[in-house]
Write a protein of this length. Structure first.
Length: 141
């Protein structure tokens, strides 16, 4: 009888000491970390790309507005229509330059004006070109 009692005690102890299988293994945790890190890197790259596109669009918009401003100076007579000119836009935008070329157009009395606005962006030269046909101003205006 003692043998049965000892065997019964051994069986009950082994059942009590059986290891539990709940939780994650180290490999599962590492795989999950790799997946989460990769996803965060993709999201961060999306934010960086969006930020760069925003800066590029902002600079292009400023270039368009400055080109229109120079054209308005031509229309009002602040700049002479028959001569080529160029420079930068001064203290507000010293990194943005402009160049204007003019040539006689047909029919007589019209001038073809090409205004190029240029700036550096991420080591690359970017330009915006504005072409217009303008009527020469009579001398009495």
């Amino acid at each position: 009888m003692e043998e049965d009692g000892a065997a019964g005690a051994f069986q009950s102890r082994s059942k009590l000491q059986a290891p539990s299988r709940s939780g994650f293994t180290l490999i599962e945790v590492l795989v999950a970390l790799v997946i989460v890190t990769t996803a965060l890197m993709v999201v961060a790259q999306g934010f960086l790309t969006g930020g760069r596109a925003s800066v590029r669009a902002q600079k292009a918009t400023v270039a368009v507005l400055l080109a229109e401003s120079k054209m308005a100076e031509l229309e009002t007579g602040e700049l002479a229509l028959g001569s080529d000119a160029g420079g930068n836009f001064g203290p507000p935008h010293p990194d943005i330059s402009w160049e204007m070329t003019t040539q006689a157009a047909s029919p007589p009395g019209l001038t073809h004006v090409t205004l190029t606005v240029a700036w550096e962006e991420r080591g690359e030269r970017r330009t915006y070109v504005l072409d217009r046909l303008m009527r020469e101003r009579p001398a009495d205006e």
